[in-house]
Structures are given as C-alpha cells and as structure tokens.
Design a protein around this ligand. Structure first.
Ligand SMILES: C[S@@+](CC[C@H](N)C(=O)[O-])C[C@H]1O[C@@H](n2cnc3c(N)ncnc32)[C@H](O)[C@@H]1O
Length: 217
C-alpha cells in the first residue's frame, strides 16, 4: 500500500499519539515476519485512532469484520472496560491461529470472541446492539456489510470502514477493477444515506466514520 502522507508526517503523528501496547507491538512484528501480506493490519497510528473511537463512544460491545492476525481486535479489547467484548469475524485459519496465540497471552484476550466463517453469515446470526462496528474485510461486500451493520448498530454507536481511499484509486473513473468499484459504491451509498452522518478521515488508507443522525444529539 502506498502511503497517502509522507513517511515523516506519519512518524510525527505516531510519535504524538498514544503508543501501542507491548503485546500489540509484538503481534505487529510477528505478523510482519510471518505473514505474506502484513500490510493488512491497521498499524499503530490507526490502531490508536480505533482505540480512541471506542473510548469516545464508551463502547462495551464491538463487532469487527476481518480479524487477520488480531491486531485491531486487540486494540479494541484494550480500549474496552473489563466486561466489554469484541466479536471478530475471519475466514482464514492461518492468521486466526496466530491471533489466538496472542489473545491467550493476556487476560485482555478473554474479551475477544473469534467467529470463523463468512462475515455476512455471522452478521446475520448476531443480535445487536453493538457500540462500534469496524469493517475491514473483503471489499466486494462492503455495501452489504454496511447495510447489515446499520441493523446491528446502537443508536449512539459508530461504524468505522477501512481502506475507503484504496490507495487513491477511488479517484479513478472508470474504476480499474471490481474492488475499487465496490469501494466507490460504498462511499456514494453512505454519502447519500439520509439516516447517517459521515466523515471520511484521511488517516492511513482512509477511514469512513459513520453515525446515525439523532444518535445522542
Ligand atoms: C485487512 S485484513 C484485517 C486486518 C485486521 N482488521 C487488522 O487490522 O489487524 C482482512 C481480513 O478479512 C478476512 N476476510 C476476507 N473475506 C472475509 C469474509 N468473507 N468473512 C470474514 N473475513 C474475511 C481475510 O482473511 C483477512 O484476514
């Protein structure tokens, strides 16, 4: 993934944001050593942003679509109160095995419930409300995840959707491939949805922050 901000600015922002925990750092480094696509994890700056969002909405129940090796799930778990839970969805056993090893290393990991299988199926089985829903899995289904997330969201909750700038490819018309087209469709659908307010934050690869209108003022 090419960086949308310069490396200097990224490092400065990171140095002036809350640091990642030792466990998150170890998991990030092992992911970088062992996984084929380690750039899929959100990293420490976006991880800090996710934690801050969870704390701001006072989240107790978080739903994550796309766990990979568990970095962002661990960030959320660290931000939740002792009785908080993170339900996280994944299809691939290999990164999930590494995630489970790290979750087992800390009592915080007990807050995380891993649900294996296609996330849309899992979302259909789950009951809300969730205070925060983080969408970070197969882009083709982004609009479907968004629609179901709205059903599962608490009235004062927030939906965070990752990679909505897609390396800047969202600017291209016509879209170069179906993933880009799916992300463009999601961005249009959210912007035109009268039920929600949204802001597209230019952190890392773009995070769309969505809340229900009238949710808590
Ligand atoms: C970008 S990675 C998630 C990274 C993670 N949120 C983090 O920052 O640490 C996306 C993950 O979604 C998983 N995935 C892809 N399609 C899926 C599906 N239909 N249901 C659940 N997970 C899926 C992939 O296997 C991959 O591990």
């Amino acid at each position: 993934m090419k960086s949308l901000v310069s490396a200097d600015i990224e490092a400065y922002a990171q140095a002036h944001s809350m640091p990642e925990s030792d466990l998150c750092r170890a998991l990030r480094e092992e992911t970088q050593r062992r996984m084929e696509s380690p750039q899929m994890i959100v990293g420490s700056l976006e991880g800090a942003f996710l934690k801050m969002m969870a704390q701001l909405v006072g989240a107790k129940r978080v739903l994550e679509i796309g766990m990979f090796t568990g970095y962002s799930a661990l960030c959320f778990a660290e931000a939740l109160p002792a009785d908080g839970t993170v339900v996280t969805c994944e299809v691939d056993e290999e990164p999930a095995a590494l995630a489970r090893q790290y979750f087992a290393r800390s009592p915080i990991g007990k807050k995380i419930e891993v649900r294996m299988g296609p996330a849309l199926d899992t979302m259909r089985q789950l009951a809300g409300p969730f205070d925060l829903i983080f969408i970070d899995a197969d882009k083709i289904n982004y609009v479907n995840y968004y629609r179901r997330a709205l059903d599962l969201l608490s009235p004062t909750g927030v939906i965070l959707i990752d990679n909505v700038l897609w390396d800047g490819d969202v600017l291209k018309q016509p879209p170069p491939d179906e993933k880009t087209a799916a992300i463009q469709e999601l961005n249009r659908a959210v912007a035109a949805d009268p039920r929600v307010s949204a802001v597209l934050v230019t952190i890392r690869d773009g995070v769309l922050v969505v809340r229900l209108k009238g949710g808590g003022g």
